[in-house]
Ligand binder design. Structure first.
Ligand code: HAM
Length: 418
């Protein structure tokens, strides 16, 4: 049997209700914040990602699905949504039309990672980006939107970690200091961190290795290197979050794995997830537009990993509650091409009812059993008697209440007895 590709998953009918539910929350809450959806293609020219995410990041170095197409162009399946969205905003001149853009996106993304619970090679993200404001209120809006989505899904138990990487000058000064500190401890660092040290020293702060964690706990803190402008911005964000009653923890070692961030960075974590505890994250990226050759445009955004939201949702919700059970199961003794039977099914479906019929020509008794198995509200019993008298018999399965009524009064009966 041919199996699916490692790190990809089918979403089966039994689970789709969870997905439909979170997708509904994404739409509803994004809209209540004035965010509009933007959909980009699933693949882009490779340079869209290399330029923006950074050549020395894990994503670009080891995780991208890149290939040459038939005209020898290097193409990459999108590993994230921010770079394609910025590309689309520039290409379609959206920022000229409005000086503030509030956008969201949702869909599949691709990273060649070692699969484990909550980590796949094809996964889904919901993300939102606020483009065109340099002020802390836009950082706060994005964080608030993310928190409201989590709450809308019913997730209450999550942590918000925030940090500031400052502006370029602050970050460069800190980088030098960190390199000086780490150079004195190189031999004690894990192999992975020694490699990161060479290419992207800030990422050493991200290491999950216990010894590295201990060592970087005593490293200089970026917060001591922020200049006046960077401090003011960070204080502004924290102030609004506090006023909005959003609980957050300042985590000076939070740097995030993409190069495009400056100023505020943040992450949402849940203890329900185990090793992959990050539900989502984001930050400010004021330089990204210039990487694409456009005018400098301040922006801030975040993305959630939807598989991780679903893992948590499964723990906190009874899946059955999300399933829309059939309104009517038709238990019929008439022929499958009988005019009376067909016009009845058509009429009921036109009333926007969920109507299930038997397609296996099963016995009356077997159909009755099936109507209970699928959890239908009503069994509609139909035989020659009903047909000849232009009637139908409806049985409410919950309590067995049964009545024979005329074809014309079905609608009233169903809505009165639901
Ligand atoms: P990211 O931290 O790389 O940020 O990804 C955001 C979230 O996507 C992660 O926190 C995680 O929940 C989920 N995720 C990432 N990789 C996987 C995977 N292999 N399997 C399952 N879930 C995964 C970004 O992508 C930025 N574009 C976020 C952003 C938007 N920054 C500014 N705007």
């Amino acid at each position: 049997m041919i199996q699916s590709v490692r790190g990809t998953k089918d979403i089966l009918p039994d689970d789709i209700h969870l997905w439909n539910f979170v997708e509904g929350v994404f739409k509803k809450i994004s809209s209540s914040y004035g965010y509009s959806e933007l959909r980009t293609p699933i693949f882009e020219k490779t340079e869209v990602f290399v330029r923006s995410i950074g050549e020395e990041t894990d994503i670009v170095n080891k995780e991208m699905y890149s290939f040459l197409d038939r005209s020898n162009e290097s193409i990459t399946l999108r590993p994230e949504g921010t770079a394609p969205l910025v590309r689309a905003v520039i290409q379609n001149s959206l920022i000229q039309q409005s000086n503030l853009l509030r956008l969201w996106y949702y869909g599949p993304f691709f990273r060649y990672e070692r699969p484990q619970k909550g980590r796949q090679r094809q996964f889904h993200q919901y993300g939102a980006e606020c483009i065109g404001s340099e002020y802390p209120e836009s950082d706060a809006e994005i964080i608030s939107l993310a928190c409201d989505i989590l709450k809308g899904i019913g997730i209450k138990n999550f942590k918000v970690l925030i940090n500031s990487l400052g502006n370029n000058e602050s970050r460069d000064k800190y980088r030098e200091e960190l390199i000086a500190y780490l150079s004195n401890h190189l031999s004690e660092l894990s192999e992975d961190s020694r490699r990161r040290f060479e290419k992207n020293p800030l990422r050493v702060l991200d290491s999950k290795d216990e010894k590295d964690i201990e060592l970087t706990n005593s490293a200089p803190s970026i917060l001591d290197f922020l200049d006046k402008e960077s401090i003011e911005h960070f204080e502004g964000v924290k102030n609004i979050l506090t006023k909005l009653d959003i609980d957050f923890t300042v985590h000076p070692k939070l740097v995030r794995g993409l190069d495009y961030y400056n100023h505020t960075v943040f992450e949402f974590q849940s203890s329900e997830l185990g090793a992959q505890d990050s539900i989502g994250g984001g930050g400010r990226y004021n330089q990204l537009f210039t990487e694409f050759g456009a005018k400098q445009t301040p922006a801030v955004g975040f993305a959630f990993g939807v598989e991780r939201l679903i893992i948590i949702l499964e723990k906190i919700i009874e899946k059955d509650k999300l399933v829309q059970k059939p309104d009517i199961f038709i238990v019929s003794g008439l022929n499958p091409d009988d005019d009376y039977y067909l016009s009845l099914v058509k009429k009921l479906r036109n009333l926007n009812l969920k109507v299930i019929t038997d397609l296996n020509r099963r016995s009356f008794k077997a159909q009755m059993k099936e109507s209970n198995r699928v959890g239908a509200k009503f069994a509609l019993l139909l035989g020659e008697d009903e047909k000849n008298s232009n009637n139908i018999t409806l049985k409410r399965l919950e309590d067995g209440f049964q009545q024979t009524i005329s074809f014309g009064s079905i609608e009233n009966f169903i809505f009165d007895n639901k």
